[in-house]
Write a protein that binds this ligand. Structure first.
Ligand SMILES: Cc1cc2nc3c(=O)[nH]c(=O)nc-3n(C[C@H](O)[C@H](O)[C@H](O)COP(=O)(O)OP(=O)(O)OC[C@H]3O[C@@H](n4cnc5c(N)ncnc54)[C@H](O)[C@@H]3O)c2cc1C
Length: 406
């Protein structure tokens, strides 16, 4: 018996090996990761880790003992280059080979690189080593420039402002995180950054970027910004190469059914790299959220162990910037019609997407309880009126206690 191998050391991989054991699988279990660390929490890399000079490692999802107690082998620092489907043998860059009976692919995503943008003064933030290198470089930096005001760019810019750096953010859209937050909430967030000292330049087209030994220069359609460090927040790309090369179906992500099964028998996939058929939405979705990846990994592991679990996770994401907590749950078009609860002026509000009296999603600033309720309401058939949603005295949990409307 060769056992089950999980390729990928993120939350999806960690959850998968745990679920294999929890599901009663007692054969050989191996987790392989290209990184040197056991699976760790990536979200803090653009937040707490950059703020704390004493930290020397990322927070592990599980400690080493956890793997030992479950008899899970971990193979770190090995990048798989071929999944060898015909003879069920993985091949690593180093030449190491690992055979398997079943395989779980959880290779995550990588930071999208801007062609030509590399060198000592250029930073991307995806892995622990990226965050560590950035934190070291920040010690001597006066004027970092952040290219792109999406999730990672906005979070890093907030940290830089807190650290007292003269930070400039250059963003193509008209507000920060506009793709997910929409123009209104994105505008609120942009104001928060400016009030904290970040120089946010929105609506800019980047014409050229140059890096020299001593500086970085960003030319936009309106100005030239000169700094000493460049952080590129250009989004992420799913790692689908291994699956694609093996002839496994890929469409925007590794394609899996609701039980995390790929088009190849005995091969499962989970996490950022995957487009999964959602059991409740009834269509394929790909997301880059920590808990989404973890739950999908759990489903893949449970099913590889012989289970029949279906993926029904509600999309949920958080982002911490300054003292503010931004959260999103379900599906929402923030540029479409929404119902407001709370006050944007007070930076304490939630925008709800409502369809036929049913809450389908929400984005929120500093109202985590609303999001907690929305995570339960999204697939419930309970109805709620716009007046109830916007009434701060109305307890959203009451909706769930009422009988569901059909
Ligand atoms: C800086 C940052 C901040 C974030 N903040 C948040 C947040 O606030 N909230 C939130 O919900 N989500 C956040 N996310 C997203 C979240 O971390 C991801 O959705 C999650 O880590 C995805 O898990 P995964 O297991 O699919 O992949 P990953 O975590 O990307 O792990 C994939 C692993 O597989 C390894 N690997 C890849 N290819 C190979 C190969 N060929 N051979 C061997 N190993 C391989 C990689 O090295 C990596 O260790 C953040 C992400 C980043 C980068």
């Amino acid at each position: 018996m060769s056992g089950i191998v999980v390729v990928g050391g993120g939350p999806a991989g960690a959850a998968a090996v745990g679920a294999l054991r929890a599901g009663g699988y007692d054969g050989k279990v191996t987790l392989v990761s290209a990184e040197q660390q056991l699976p760790y929490e990536r979200p803090e890399l653009s937040k707490e880790y950059l703020l704390d000079p004493l930290r020397q490692s990322a927070a592990p999802i599980y400690e080493a003992d956890w793997y030992r107690e479950r008899n899970i082998d971990t193979v770190l620092g090995e990048r798989i280059t071929d999944i060898g489907l015909p003879d069920r043998t993985l091949v690593a860059e180093s030449g190491v080979r690992l055979s398997y009976d079943q395989l779980i692919l959880a290779p995550g995503a990588r930071a999208r690189r801007t062609p030509g943008l590399a060198g000592e003064r250029v930073h991307y933030v995806r892995e622990f080593t990226d965050a560590h290198r950035l934190r070291e470089a920040l010690a001597g930096a006066q004027h970092p420039i952040v290219l792109g005001g999406g999730f990672i760019g906005s979070e890093v810019a907030g940290v830089l402002a807190v650290l007292g750096k003269r930070v400039t953010v250059v963003e193509r859209r008209h507000s920060l995180m506009e793709r997910v937050l929409g123009p209104t909430m994105g505008g609120v967030l942009t104001d928060v950054h400016r009030a904290n000292g970040a120089d946010v330049r929105t609506g800019r087209v980047i014409v050229a970027t140059e890096t020299t030994r001593d500086s970085v220069v960003v030319r936009t359609d309106r100005e030239t910004v000169e700094g000493d460090l460049l952080i590129v927040g250009g989004g992420a790309e799913p790692n689908v190469g291994l699956a694609d090369a093996a002839g496994i179906a890929v469409r925007g992500g590794i394609l899996v059914d609701g039980r995390a099964r790929t088009s190849a028998p005995g091969v499962f996939a989970a996490g950022d790299a995957v487009s999964i058929r959602h059991g409740l939405y009834g269509r394929h979705l790909r997301a880059e959220h920590r808990d989404w990846a973890f739950e999908m990994g759990r489903i893949a592991g449970a099913n590889a162990a012989g289970g029949h679990d279906e993926f029904t996770e509600v999309p949920w994401y958080w982002s911490d910037q300054y003292e503010h907590s931004i959260q999103m749950a379900g599906e929402i078009d923030p540029a479409g019609p929404t119902v407001l609860r709370g006050s944007m002026d007070d930076l304490s509000f939630t925008l709800f997407a409502v369809e036929d009296g049913r809450v389908r999603g929400a984005i929120s600033m500093n109202r985590p309880r609303d999001i907690l309720a929305v995570r339960k309401l999204v697939f419930a058939e309970h109805r709620v009126t716009d007046d109830e949603l916007s009434d701060l005295h109305f307890d959203l949990r009451r909706v769930l206690r009422a009988p569901a409307a059909i």
